[in-house]
Write a protein that binds this ligand. Structure first.
Ligand SMILES: [Fe+2]
Length: 352
C-alpha cells in the first residue's frame, strides 16, 4: 500500500511495509532533502493547531503531591533548626549533600535508561500469540537534555532484542526544532510486524502533521483513531491506535471500525487515565505512557508530580476491568528523576 503524504506542497511517498528495503532506499534518497526542507519550514512556521498551555506549571496541566510539598516545608524548618543547633558546618554539609543529589537527579539518573522485561498474562490471547514480544518506547520528548542519546540507546536495544512488533506510545518530541531528528534516529527501527506510533499531547503541541511526516519518512505510520490487523503464527492481533485525549480527537468508534468483536485487541493510548473508558470497549491490553512514573519518587511520599489524564495510574502493570494495561515510565521528559529511571520495555504476551 502506498501512502502519499503532503508536506508543505512537497509530496513524500512511502509504503507501510516497514521491512521493505526499497522503502529504506527511497527514504535514504529523499530524507536529506526533505529534512532540510522541514528544518527550513519549521523556522518560519508555527504548529498548525495548538492548545498548548501557556505555562508549564499550569495547575490544570500538572498536579504536585501535597505530601511532597509538606515534606519540603518540614525539610526547610529542619534545616533552620539544624543550623541553630549544630552551626554552619552541619548546614553546609547538608547543602553539599543536597547539591550532590540534585546533580544525580539531573545528570545521572535521567541519562541511564533501563530495559524492562515484562510478562503480561492475558486470558483472551490466542494460543498462537503466546510468547510474542512487543518493544515499547514512550515519551522520548526529543529536544530535551539526554533524550537523543536515550533514543539512540533504545533503538540499539530493539535491534538487539528484535521483538516481533515495536510501538512508540506518544510524546515523541518536546521541541518543534527537534522534529527532523526523529527521522534520523528512528530510521533503523525495524520489526517483522512493523513499527507503529501514536500521538501524545506534546506531539499535538509541537505540530502533529510535522511529527507524522518525520515518522513517515522513517517508515513508521502513526495510528490516529485507526487500526491494523497483524497476523503472527496464523493468528490475528488487532492493533488499535487512538488520538490523544488531551488535545486530540479521541474516537473509539472510528478506531475500532472493522475490528471483529471477538478478536484480540491491543490498544495504543498515550494517557493511562483513558483506561477506565477504554476497558468498556473490549480492549484486551492497553500500552500507555504520559506520566513518566512521576519523575521523582521516595518511599512514603510517592510520586512528586502527575500530569492531567495521568493521575490514576503511575507505572507498571494494571488490571482495569477485563483489560490489562502497561504504563511506561518513558524514555525522556524533564531531566529530573529520582528512583524513577527512564525505560524502554520488552513486553512478552502470555496466555493466562
Ligand atoms: Fe510525556
Amino acid at each position: 500500500m502506498t501512502i502519499t503524504y503532503e508536506l508543505n506542497n512537497l509530496p513524500i511517498e512511502a509504503t507501510e511495509a516497514t521491512k521493505a528495503t526499497e522503502v529504506a532506499k527511497a527514504i535514504d534518497e529523499t530524507e536529506v532533502i526533505v529534512n532540510r526542507r522541514l528544518q527550513e519550514e519549521l523556522a518560519h512556521r508555527g504548529p498548525s493547531r495548538s492548545r498548548k498551555p501557556a505555562t508549564p506549571m499550569d495547575p490544570l496541566r500538572i498536579e504536585f503531591s501535597p505530601a511532597w510539598l509538606a515534606a519540603g516545608a518540614i525539610g526547610g524548618i529542619g534545616s533552620l533548626v539544624a543550623l541553630r543547633r549544630y552551626g554552619w558546618p552541619a548546614f553546609i554539609g547538608g547543602g553539599m549533600l543536597g547539591i550532590a543529589t540534585l546533580g544525580h537527579m539531573i545528570f545521572g539518573e535521567p541519562a541511564r535508561p533501563v530495559l524492562e522485561r515484562i510478562e503480561l498474562r492475558l486470558p483472551n490471547l490466542p494460543a498462537a500469540l503466546d510468547g510474542m514480544r512487543i518493544g515499547q518506547i514512550s515519551d522520548t520528548h526529543l529536544g530535551l537534555l539526554h533524550t537523543s542519546n536515550n533514543l539512540r540507546w533504545a533503538v540499539e536495544q530493539m535491534e538487539r532484542e528484535s521483538p516481533e512488533l515495536i510501538v512508540l506510545t506518544g510524546d515523541q518530541v518536546m521541541l518543534r526544532q527537534a522534529i527532523p531528528q526523529l527521522t534520523q534516529l528512528l530510521r533503523r527501527l525495524r520489526a517483522p510486524l512493523g513499527v507503529y506510533a501514536i500521538a501524545g499531547n506534546h506531539d499535538h503541541w509541537e505540530g502533529l502533521r510535522d511529527v507524522q511526516a518525520a515518522l513517515q519518512l522513517a517508515g513508521i505510520p502513526m495510528l490516529i483513531n485507526q487500526n491494523r490487523r497483524l497476523t503472527w503464527n496464523g493468528a490475528d492481533l488487532w492493533l488499535i491506535g487512538v488520538d490523544d485525549v488531551w488535545d486530540g480527537e479521541l474516537d473509539y468508534a472510528a478506531a475500532l471500525a472493522g475490528v471483529p468483536d471477538d478478536s484480540f485487541k491491543l490498544l495504543l493510548g498515550h494517557a493511562p487515565d483513558i483506561a477506565d473508558d477504554a476497558a468498556g470497549y473490549g480492549f484486551d491490553l492497553q500500552l500507555a505512557g504520559h506520566v513518566h512514573g512521576g519523575h521523582i519518587r521516595l518511599p512514603l511520599l510517592g510520586a512528586f508530580a502527575r500530569p492531567r489524564y495521568g493521575r490514576r495510574y503511575l507505572d507498571g502493570i494494571y488490571q482495569v476491568g477485563n483489560m490489562a494495561m502497561y504504563v511506561s515510565r518513558g524514555l525522556g521528559g524533564a531531566p529530573l528523576r529520582l528512583f524513577c529511571p527512564p525505560e524502554a520495555a520488552i513486553l512478552t504476551l502470555r496466555r493466562a
